[in-house]
Design a binder for this molecule. Structure first.
Ligand SMILES: Nc1ncnc2c1ncn2[C@@H]1O[C@H](COP(=O)(O)OP(=O)(O)OP(=O)(O)O)[C@@H](O)[C@H]1O
Length: 121
C-alpha cells in the first residue's frame, strides 16, 4: 500500500476529527445537554465578570467533561457494536466508562464551586 504524504495524512485526520466532533454535537444527547450546561456557565462567567484565570479553569473543566463524555460515547458504541445483546461484562464496561465521566463531572463541579461561591457571598 502506498504511503500517504505526511501533510495530506494530517489534513485528512483533522477532517475526520471534525466529522466526529460535529456528529457528537448534532446527535448525542449527553453531549448536547453538557453543551447547554457549558453555555449556562459561560453566560455566568460573563455575568459575574470572572477573571482571566477563572476563565482558564472553567474552559478546562468544560473541555474535560466534554472530552471524557465523548470517549464514553465511543466506548458505548463499541460495546453496542461488538455485543448488542445483554451481557454482564458489557454492563460493567459501560458503567466503568460512565464512572470516568463522573470523575470529570465532580472535578468540574468543584471548579465551578470554587469560582462562583465567592461571588454569592
Ligand atoms: N448490552 C448490555 N449489557 C448489560 N448491561 C447494559 C448493556 N447496555 C447497557 N447496559 C447497562 O445500562 C447502562 C446504560 O447504558 P446505555 O448504553 O444506555 O448508556 P447511557 O449512559 O444511558 O447512554 P447515554 O450516554 O447515551 O445517555 C450501562 O451503564 C449498563 O449498566
Amino acid at each position: 500500500m502506498k504511503k500517504e504524504n505526511f501533510i495530506v495524512g494530517r489534513i485528512k485526520s483533522i477532517k475526520y476529527a471534525f466529522a466526529g466532533f460535529f456528529l457528537l454535537i448534532r446527535t448525542e444527547h449527553a453531549i448536547i445537554s453538557q453543551l447547554i450546561i457549558a453555555g449556562v456557565f459561560t453566560g455566568m462567567g460573563f455575568y459575574f465578570g470572572i477573571s482571566r484565570e477563572e476563565w482558564i479553569w472553567q474552559i478546562l473543566a468544560i473541555g474535560l467533561v466534554l472530552g471524557t463524555e465523548s470517549l464514553n460515547t465511543a466506548i458505548e458504541k463499541i460495546c453496542d457494536f461488538i455485543h448488542p445483546e445483554y451481557h454482564q461484562n458489557i454492563g460493567t464496561i459501560k458503567d466503568v466508562a460512565s464512572g470516568a465521566v463522573t470523575f470529570a463531572a465532580l472535578t468540574a463541579l468543584a471548579v465551578g464551586a470554587l469560582i462562583y461561591i465567592p461571588y454569592f457571598l
